[in-house]
Each structure stands twice: as structure tokens, then as C-alpha cells.
Design a protein around this ligand. Structure first.
Ligand SMILES: Cc1ncc(C[n+]2csc(CCOP(=O)(O)OP(=O)(O)O)c2C)c(N)n1
Ligand SMILES: [Mg+2]
Length: 626
């Protein structure tokens, strides 16, 4: 018997009320989606069995079914074999992680699969690598052991959740048998459920594969949720389950999700009326355009309507920066230049498409984007001025805008001469300022580069990077976790072999995860790693001085000796940096370039932001010289 409960499960409270209403939840796995939790439907398949399934957009469903219909799998398979084969067919080619005894049987299946397993030096780095890989590849994974590994990688997965990066976390775990009588087993924290429960906070779906009958459908459900929401999911694999034969048949198709046609048409009518009436509209292209691969639709719309486009720090490079309609990065006081700031703030309509409105990307509350002149469309909702429309698929909304009839707008580029000035002979011996670091850096970029920025002035200054040729850019510009960039460069290089990572990393952040240079050398990768050495936590010093901003002075180039690979250079003048970059570009080896930046020297963007933060937090600099 099949009983379909049409009741929506919006949050855990609803799940609980379903339980109280008499439906006993057997092998319930929790789906949490924050704001888009209303996408979850509960389907009761038997009186005592409630599964939470995802609704996928019809397009995704058709595509997915065409690519890897479950019909092409044998009727039964060992669990580990199915898990990695399904992940492979979903697009995963590399896995990042560190094994442990509970995870060894899972790693054995991983090794037998078509997915390459990359052992990193530390789990946080594996998480950052997988995050960057997933952003570029569309899905990625980490494979770790129970709690000591899983909880070690948690911060990176939290960042992936916050910034919508589709990472599958596969964790080895104590066996089904081990859990009987609740013994104290190594790596256990509080209960056997602890790790899964912690992960529920940073994933959109989670499962513990304790039941052979449901294992395949649970794997499918989690991976589909990851692809659909572009957010992490958690799959826990007890070591005594991974070799068991599991049935593959009988997985129910995923119900596609569609826009409500009336709501879609009302939202479009209102938006198009605003665009029609606008004299000076602008698009603020958001990061979801990159994640959901919809930047092309927005470009088509912008070109047909002749509307200029700005990006924000998180979405930088989602739209080609050398496009004639591109005007720069907007972020209030943290904009790439005054022209873009003025243009966006004086526009009579700002179309925010796929935009995350965060304190950081909006320049610590200095952005001026009043609701009466904005449309905010994301995968979660569409807000047109003060009206909110739900039940609209983001892609449907963009597709309709891209083909809508509209008289092209008048547009004059506010800053056509925005490219960096070439380096003059006379200035080559001058010492480096942060503005010059980003200017010289920009002069060396082209389509083969992916700039990977860490936290600190590396990310703030990167707002101003602009090049004649389109380079890619990734950074944890919302979650802002230090230590991202060096391991992320490994993820980038493996996800896109044609891109060479250009890492911008502060000395503090390098001391966290820079040792991943070791993994890059082992894999034969050749990122160019630029260490911005300003003798400590420069960003923090801008906000509050104190001895807590002091770190040990390292000779950064020596890392190459330690890991026995790569080349190094040190630069403290503009000419030296330019020369070091040229050498690194000509070399096919990994390069570590240490830039000696005077303490206290910061980019304009950091100076502006620090001023705002000091204002908000009321911080006074207590000590002068630390
Ligand atoms: C994991 C983590 N720990 C602490 C912080 C807080 N934090 C932000 S910037 C910063 C200093 C960064 O120093 P460095 O990498 O040398 O860059 P700089 O600020 O000097 O440019 C710190 C400690 C953080 N964002 N992430
Ligand atoms: Mg520093």
C-alpha cells in the first residue's frame, strides 16, 4: 500500500509533529535546507515507514535519468562499489581525504573505483580542496574516517554549505554490530549518532547506511540533494556494511519540481514593467549564476536589453570581466572603484540575480540597495520591490527574462579605461605597495589562470583585480575561513586541468595550510603561490592592534626544500615581483613567491572596510606597535 502524505516538511518541528500524529519514522534521515526547507515533501510509503525525498527540477531529472538511469546497474552490488560508481556517474572524478581504521574498507572500494583518491596532509585541507573542486566541477567529495577525520573537516564543509558548494562527505564509521550495547569505541564522542547530528547543521541531506534494503536509495537521495541544492551532504558508511550486497532495484523516481505558472507570470510581469520603466537599470550578478550554471542566460538578457552588469566579491568572474557591459565589483565602500559604486547606487533599478546579500560583499553595511528599486531573484525566492514570490524555479525566471521583448537601454560605460597601467621602467626599483601588488598581478593574468584568494588583504585587494583577458576567480568571500587558498588550488588544478592556479595568500593563512604544497608537488601540479608577507595578521591589526596579531617569522621559500619540489623567489620591489611572476609563468613547476610587504601597508579596500568595522564595533587601537 502506498500512502502519499502531501504534508510539507518545513523543518524538524514538522517532522516531529508527523511523528506525533502516529506515523512512526523508521530509518528516518534528516533533510535540512534552511530557507528552502519548503522544498521537502514527505512520502509515506507504508504505515511505519516515512522517507523524506527531494523534488528535483524536471530538467535535472530528465538529464540525470538520461545520464545514469539506475536500470543500467546490476540488480545487486556491494554497497561500496555502488556508492563510488554512482558518485562517478554523477560527475565525481577525484576524492580528497585521509583514511582511518573505520574507513579503510570504504577506501578499499574507493581505490577500486574510477575515482582518484588524493591523500592530503590534514582533513581541513581536504575539505578546502573538495570545496574548490566542487565549485568548478559541479560536484566533489571528501572521504574521511569517523569523528577525528569527519569533525576535522567540518569547518571547510560549513564553508561549502554557507557558499553553496556541492561536496559529498563520505565518512567511515563503526560497524552496525559494533553499535550494539553502546560500547565506548575509539573516536566516539557522545553517541554513535554524534557526527551525523553535527553534520545535519552543515548539510542538506544526511544518512547512515545501516540498512541494506535502503542503502542504494539513500545514496541516490543524498547525491541528488547535493546536486540540486549545490550544498554538502553526508553519507556515513559503517565498516561492516560496505562489503555487503545491496539491492539496486526499486528506487522510486524523484518527483520533479516545477514553477507555479501563475506565480512565475506575475513575477515576470512585475519585473518586466520595472525594467521597461527604468532609465538606468543595472544587473548585480550573484554567485548562484556560477553555481547553477545560469550566467549565460543573464548575459543573453543583458545583451538584448543593453543593461550593464556588476559582480560582487563572491561572484567575481561569474560574468566575463572583459565583457563590454561589465562595469566592476560592487560592494558599497568595498567596490572595485568609485565609478562602479556610483553607477549602482544611482541606478533606478538594480536586478540582483542569484546574489547573496552578506555583510562582507555589501561592504559592511555601506552598500545602498533599497528595496524600492531592487529585484532580488535567487534559487530560494524572487522579491520584486516589496513583493515576495515563492514557487518559482530560478532558471525558469531567468530563461523567461532572457527571451523577453525589451527596447535596448541607453548605456555609457562609466569607466572604460579601467585596465591596470603597465609597469614603467622607472618604478621597477620602488618598494611594493598593496595597490601595486594587485596591479602587477593583474597584468600577468589571462584565460589560463584561476586566481584563488585566501582571507586577509589577499581577498580584499583582489576586489580590484582587473585584466584585459578573462581569468577565473574563487575565494571564500562570505564564510571567510583562513587557510582555504593553498589546498583549494589543488582542487582547482584537478577539476580544470587547463587552469593554472594563482594563489594569493597572507603569511598567517599560509602558516595554516601552506604545507599542502607538499601534496601539490607529489601530484605534479604547478600552482603559483604568492605569499603576502606583512609580518602577521595585517587585517586584524587594522581593526585592533595587539600582541595576538604576531606570528612567527618564516622563511617561506624553504617549504620547497622541505617537500623536495618547486621553486622559490623573494620580492620586495615592483620590478622583482614582476620578474618573479614572469619566471614562474615560464616554468612548469610549482612556484612560491614571497612578497615582503611593509607592515601596515594595505589595499584601499581593506583600509575602507577596516574603517567601517571599527565604526560598527567601536574598537580602539590599544597598543601602537604590535
Ligand atoms: C580559520 C580562521 N581563523 C581566524 C580568522 C580571523 N582572521 C581573519 S583575517 C586574519 C588575519 C589574516 O592574516 P594573514 O593571512 O597574514 O593576512 P593579512 O591580514 O595579513 O593580509 C584572521 C586571524 C579567520 N577568518 N579564519
Ligand atoms: Mg599577514
Amino acid at each position: 500500500m502506498v500512502i502519499r502524505c502531501d504534508q510539507e516538511v518545513r523543518n524538524e518541528r514538522n517532522l516531529n509533529s508527523i511523528q506525533r500524529a502516529g506515523v512512526k519514522l523508521r530509518s528516518l534521515t534528516t533533510d535540512r535546507r534552511g530557507e528552502d526547507a519548503n522544498d521537502v515533501v514527505a512520502v509515506a510509503t507504508m504505515k511505519n515507514d516515512l522517507a523524506v525525498t527531494d523534488r528535483l527540477p524536471r530538467r535535472a531529472l530528465v538529464k540525470n535519468f538520461a545520464r545514469f538511469s539506475l536500470g543500467s546497474f546490476p540488480r545487486t552490488m556491494p554497497l561500496g562499489q555502488f556508492l563510488f560508481e554512482y558518485l562517478y556517474r554523477s560527475g565525481v572524478r577525484h576524492s580528497f581525504g585521509i583514511p582511518g581504521d573505520f574507513a579503510l574498507p570504504t577506501f578499499a572500494w574507493l581505490e577500486k573505483s574510477k575515482i582518484h583518491s588524493v591523500t592530503m596532509t590534514h582533513e581541513p585541507a581536504a575539505g578546502f580542496a573538495a570545496d574548490a573542486y566542487s565549485r568548478i566541477n559541479g560536484i566533489g567529495m571528501v572521504c574521511v574516517t569517523y569523528c577525528v577525520g569527519g569533525l576535522n573537516v567540518l569547518n571547510a564543509i560549513a564553508g561549502a554549505y554557507a557558499e553553496k558548494s556541492p561536496v559529498v562527505v563520505v565518512s567511515g564509521a563503526p560497524g552496525r554490530k559494533d553499535r550494539e550495547k553502546d560500547p565506548l569505541l575509539h573516536h566516539k564522542v557522545k553517541t554513535f549518532e554524534t557526527q551525523r547530528r553535527v553534520y545535519d547543521e552543515v548539510t542538506v541531506a544526511s544518512t547512515v547506511l545501516l540498512d541494506e534494503q535502503r542503502a542504494a536509495s539513500e545514496i541516490v537521495r543524498c547525491v541528488q540533494a547535493c546536486l540540486r541544492h549545490k550544498r554538502p551532504v553526508y553519507i556515513e558508511v559503517p565498516h561492516d556494511m560496505v562489503d555487503r550486497e545491496i539491492p539496486i532495484a526499486g528506487i522510486s523516481p524523484i518527483v520533479p519540481e516545477q514553477s507555479d505558472p501563475y506565480t512565475l507570470s506575475a513575477a515576470l510581469d512585475e519585473t518586466l514593467a520595472l525594467i521597461r520603466a527604468a532609465k538606468k537599470p543595472v544587473i548585480l550578478a550573484g554567485v548562484e549564476l556560477a553555481r547553477f550554471r545560469t550566467a549565460g542566460l543573464v548575459l543573453r538578457m543583458a545583451e538584448r536589453m543593453n543593461i550593464p552588469i556588476a559582480a560582487d566579491l563572491l561572484s567575481k568572474s561569474a560574468i566575463p570581466e572583459n565583457h563590454r557591459l561589465y562595469i566592476g565589483v560592487y560592494g558599497g565602500a568595498m567596490s572595485s572603484d568609485e565609478h562602479v559604486r556610483h553607477y549602482v547606487e544611482s541606478a533606478d533599478l538594480v536586478l540582483m540575480l542569484g546574489t547573496f546579500i552578506t555583510d562582507m560583499s555589501m561592504g559592511f553595511y555601506t552598500a545602498k540597495l533599497d528595496r524600492h528599486r531592487t529585484v532580488l531573484a535567487t534559487t530560494e525566492r524572487v522579491n520584486v520591490q516589496y513583493h515576495r514570490y515563492d514557487s518559482i524555479q530560478f532558471r525558469d525566471f531567468l530563461e523567461s527574462l532572457a527571451v523577453a521583448k525589451m527596447k535596448p537601454k541607453h548605456f555609457e560605460h562609466p569607466n572604460p579605461e579601467c585596465l591596470p597601467l603597465p609597469l614603467q621602467k622607472a618604478e621597477r626599483s620602488e618598494s611594493l605597495t598593496m595597490a601595486d601588488v594587485f596591479r602587477i598581478f593583474s597584468l600577468h593574468l589571462d584565460e589560463g589562470c584561476c586566481v584563488v584568494a585566501d582571507i586577509g588583504d589577499a581577498i580584499f585587494g583582489a576586489v580590484g583585480i582587473r585584466s584585459a583577458r578573462q581569468a577565473q576567480f574563487i575565494a571564500p568571500a562570505y564564510y571567510m575561513s583562513m587557510g582555504f587558498a593553498v589546498p583549494a588550488s589543488i582542487g582547482v588544478a584537478l577539476a580544470a586541468r587547463k587552469l593554472r592556479p594563482y594563489v594569493l595568500v597572507g603569511d598567517g593563512a599560509f602558516q595554516m595550510t601552506g604545507v599542502e604544497v607538499s601534496t601539490a608537488v607529489r601530484l605534479g601540479l604547478n600552482p603559483i603561490i604568492i605569499v603576502l608577507n606583512n609580518d602577521g595578521y595585517g587585517t586584524m591589526r587594522q581593526i585592533r592592534k595587539g600582541c595576538f596579531n604576531t606570528i612567527t617569522r618564516w622563511d617561506y621559500g624553504k617549504i620547497c626544500e622541505l617537500v623536495q619540489g618547486g621553486r622559490t623567489a623573494v620580492a620586495s620591489t615592483k620590478g622583482e615581483f614582476d620578474q618573479a611572476l614572469s619566471r614562474a609563468q615560464k616554468s612548469d613547476q610549482l612556484y612560491v613567491i614571497e612578497l615582503r610587504i611593509p607592515r601596515g601597508e594595505v589595499s584601499n579596500q581593506l583600509a575602507q572596510i577596516a574603517r567601517e568595522v571599527r565604526k560598527i564595533r567601536g574598537s580602539r587601537n590599544l597598543k601602537r606597535n604590535s
